[in-house]
Design a protein around this ligand. Structure first.
Ligand code: ATP
Ligand code: MG
Ligand code: MG
Length: 570
């Protein structure tokens, strides 16, 4: 009877679409659709898609969907959205390079039968405990399984029984036959197939056995004719198995009965290359733990602006170019290290500073009353949309008798070097007039309820009289008559521990209870029709984005993406 591996199924018989071109690099980004992507994945995306772009090669978008229980359509779609949002695509030279590891299940199965036939794999029916005990330790070699030397024909029959659903979950595994005494634990007859009755998002219930990641991944790479398979350093010890597996599938094997098995894969074979994973201080980049934050209700969802997920960063106000700039700055290296969170924020500031429109927001308002003008006094002030882009024009806003200023900009009894408002002191209302403070009103608890001042009507910014007033303070303000209300969310780090994820600690213990503060703020006129997703620099306060989910004209909600200066330094 024709065996599944007879002839040469090879890449052409599975859906790869990839036209081999040895002169070009061909990379892949292979997430498992079991969660939303995070900033660590952004690094892997920039490495793979970025290098492909730089060297005019291709990068495949591949779902490593070999672990059915945790994978969902929602996660898969979110991953495609994230990669596209970062500005990358997977169509190169006319090929739509979107692949699914599950499309290769049949090929992987024949590769497993091939190894069994070649005497390089066997079905092991030890209990999981026996298998663990016989694996040995770093200093002790392992023990051969009693099933290791069973005839290939018997393993083949058992493997087919596994596929046919004749064995319960966990009753047997298929193992590569390599070396139980290898100093590399990954070479001690690693499991390559397991029995698992689980519904798969794409293959449904067609399979009750699934390949292990370490077996599936090299095959996926080879079928797609990947040239360099970039992975993080933890996989360095897997490289010998990667090479062992592909080397064996890509050569002919002589069988004991004199027959030959013809190679399943062609050359050249992909090479695994390791790079350092991204470790970011104060941040967790484990999908499982991020999932727990979501399911325990510690955050509002995967896209909570405090989350290091791509959707979270996006809602926080990060731009694709800021994330790409960050990845470029941290570079790619061969040794693990910690990147300080301030590097991520620095990239965002540097990205936004030249492009964000400016606006004024008073976040913690107290009223300022100009006593020497009538109730209906009003004037128009103007300010540049951006200080370095004169051609972007100006913003206009009114000034009147009653204004809002920051509560912290007034002190009745100030310390030395306080240049803002206190009785007797003069400051400039930015883009407006010079005023002199005359006093304040307080409630019965001593809390300031209003600040009083005199305005100098000949001091308006941009008029000849302005220069005759020399003041040290320059305060931002908005006119009560035309100010736009908004809710503003101010964020602090989600974890107060620099390494919340390190071993021996429960990451939930270091959750910062004050990671989110919401304030009621007043914005300058003209902000009323801001669209969700629009980003502004609020002068003196930082960069803010109109929340993608909750903000709407007339009901503005802003998230602070980042402060103007690094306030994280210890
Ligand atoms: P997690 O442990 O969070 O589940 P993972 O590595 O299992 O992450 P995958 O979906 O398999 O998640 O990841 C897809 C790709 O992203 C892999 O090639 C992996 O190497 C890379 N990647 C994941 N986390 C990081 C990180 N922190 N830094 C760099 N690359 C990463
Ligand atoms: Mg993984
Ligand atoms: Mg994982």
């Amino acid at each position: 009877a024709a065996r599944p591996w007879a002839g040469k199924p090879g890449p052409a018989s599975v859906h790869t679409g990839a036209k081999a071109d040895p002169a070009r690099i061909r990379l892949r980004f292979p997430p498992e659709p079991n969660g939303y992507l995070h900033v660590g994945h952004a690094k892997a995306i920039c490495v793979n898609f970025g290098l492909a772009e730089e060297y005019a090669g291709a990068c495949h978008m591949r779902f490593d969907d070999t672990n059915p229980e945790k994978e969902t359509e929602e996660f898969a779609n979110s991953i495609l959205d994230a990669v596209r949002w970062l500005g990358f695509g997977w169509t190169h030279f006319g090929d739509d390079n979107l692949y699914y590891a599950s499309d290769y299940f049949e090929f992987m199965y024949s590769a497993a039968e091939f190894l069994i036939q070649a005497g390089l794999a066997y079905v092991d029916e030890q209990t999981p405990d026996e298998m663990r005990a016989n694996r040995g330790t770093l200093t002790q070699p392992g023990q051969n399984s009693p099933y290791r030397e069973r005839p290939a024909s018997e393993s083949l029959a058992r493997f087919r029984a596994m596929r046919a659903g004749e064995l319960p979950d966990g009753a047997a595994v298929l193992r590569a036959k390599i070396d139980m005494a290898s100093p590399n634990m990954n070479m001690r007859d690693p499991a390559i197939y397991r029995i698992k009755r689980a519904h798969h998002i794409r293959t449904g219930d067609a399979w009750c056995i699934y390949p292990m990641y370490t077996f599936a991944h090299p095959i996926e790479d080879a079928l797609e004719r990947i040239t360099h398979s970039f992975c993080t350093l933890e996989f360095e010890d897997q490289r010998p198995f990667y090479d062992w597996l592909l080397g064996n599938l890509a050569r002919d094997h002589e069988l004991p009965d004199g027959k030959r098995l013809q190679a399943l894969l062609g050359h050249p074979l992909p090479k695994q290359v390791e790079f350092a994973r991204l470790n970011l201080s104060y941040v967790i980049t484990s999908k499982r733990k991020l999932q727990q934050l979501v399911s325990d209700g510690r955050v509002s969802g995967w896209d909570d602006p405090r989350m290091p997920t791509i959707v979270g960063l996006r809602r926080r106000g990060f731009t694709p170019s800021a994330i790409r700039l960050f990845c470029q700055r941290i570079g790619v290296s061969k040794s693990d290290s910690w990147i300080d969170y301030s590097v991520l924020e620095g990239a965002l500031r540097d990205d936004l500073d030249p492009k964000a429109h400016r606006a004024v927001a008073v976040l913690d308002p107290v009223q300022l009353i100009l006593d020497n003008v009538p109730d209906d006094w009003s004037d128009t002030c103007s300010a540049p949309v951006h200080p370095h882009h004169e051609d972007w024009g100006t913003r206009q806003f009114t000034i009147g008798k009653r204004l809002w200023i920051e509560a912290e900009d007034f002190m009745e009894d100030p310390p030395k070097k306080f240049f803002r408002l206190f009785p007797g002191n003069r400051v400039r209302l930015r883009y407006g007039y010079v005023i002199e403070c005359t006093g304040c009103d307080k409630d019965e608890h001593g809390k300031v309820t209003a600040v009083h001042a005199q305005v100098f009507l000949d001091s308006k910014s941009g008029t000849p009289g302005a220069d005759t007033y020399k003041v040290k303070g320059n305060l931002h303000w908005v006119d009560q008559a035309t100010a736009v209300p908004a809710r503003v969310r101010l964020y602090d780090r989600l974890f107060s521990d620099e390494h919340p994820d390190s071993s021996g600690k429960n990451f939930l213990d270091s959750l910062n209870p004050d990671s989110l503060t919401e304030v009621r703020a007043w914005l300058e006129t003209g902000m009323s029709d801001v669209k969700a997703g629009d980003i502004y620099q609020f002068e003196r306060h930082g960069y803010f984005v109109a929340d993608l989910k909750d903000s709407a004209p007339g009901k503005l909600v802003f998230n602070r993406a980042v402060t103007l200066k690094d306030s994280w330094s210890k």
